[in-house]
Design a protein around this ligand. Sequence first.
Ligand code: FPP
Ligand code: MG
Length: 357
Amino acid sequence: MNARAALKKNDVMTNFSPPPSARKFDLAKTYRPIESELKATTEALREALRRSDPAFARYLDYSFELGGKRLRPALLLLSGRAWGAIERRHRLCAAALEMIHTGSLIHDDILDGAKFRRQLETFNAKWDSKRAVLVGDILITLALDMICECDDPVVFREISAKCRATVEGELFQTDSSGNFELTVEDYRRIVLGKTASLIECSTFLGGYLSGARDAELELFATFGRSIGVAFQIVDDVLDLVGDEEKTGKTLGSDLANKKATLPVIRYLESASESDARRFRDRVERGVRPEERAEIAALLRESGAVDAAFTDANRLIDEALATLTTLERRAEELGRPSSSDAFESLAAVARFVVGRDR
Ligand code: FPP
Ligand code: MG
């Protein structure tokens, strides 16, 4: 059975439907201001993958197939275009970040025991965990080559700091497994690390490589950080109430791995003591895939899913306000910026909370 058929067969009906704005989201249109640059970046990525020993081409070609929305390269290129012109170093960094991101997801799927991602079998399912660790590592070394080509210590320091923050976020999450006393602040610390840091790195480097400095550079970073946290909140909602066929990946793994994500934290905050205890006991015993629909209904009906969406929407409002300030500063400073790029950055921010995949 192929991956798509397996996802369809596994899926449970959770009745989740995204806001209408999500259905109108057109990725190709949003990326139009950087269409040719994104194509060149994808080519650079493909070329870099060929630098590895041909004996491993099957693994690296498969990692390319795993490519998804290309959110990080698109954000880097759009941020760059919003502040000025795009040059080779933007493309190198965009390709490097996408590679690091793919490597981190290959590793994440081992940690989560996931079988599917982006409508395909994960590396650990198609081959095994040993190869998945090593292929993820190769991707990171290939990314290092591209970063070196930028020949800029700021770029190197930024990417290395944000990679470390990603791993630390993931490690904090691993250490927190089974801890259902986790607070919203703890959760924020985890997602700021594991997800927001590479997204922040993308918008920061886009702005930096186009000449943004000081307060404006900090605004690029803030914008990326806000959408990064919102992105993970929605990811965590989808893990509980989403549709496996649409998302193309194994869902329900957060509770199976005893991770307290924001919707669960919001549920436990508002539930009675006895309901909260029952929920914790249930997760402690282990949640079976067929229980996902029931738990999804419980979280939805309790208002916990809406509460998590409210948190994510607040972050997107903050991100959009940051973008408005940045665009005003670009005008004041007479930057050769593109209003279409600013519009697309805003569209990506809105997509983050509206997506169902
Ligand atoms: C997805 O989270 C995972 C991440 C965003 C980060 C994973 C990071 C590591 C495994 C550390 C290695 C990192 C580097 C930079 C080498 P998720 O499981 O909540 O999302 P999912 O539903 O897409 O799996
Ligand atoms: Mg995962």
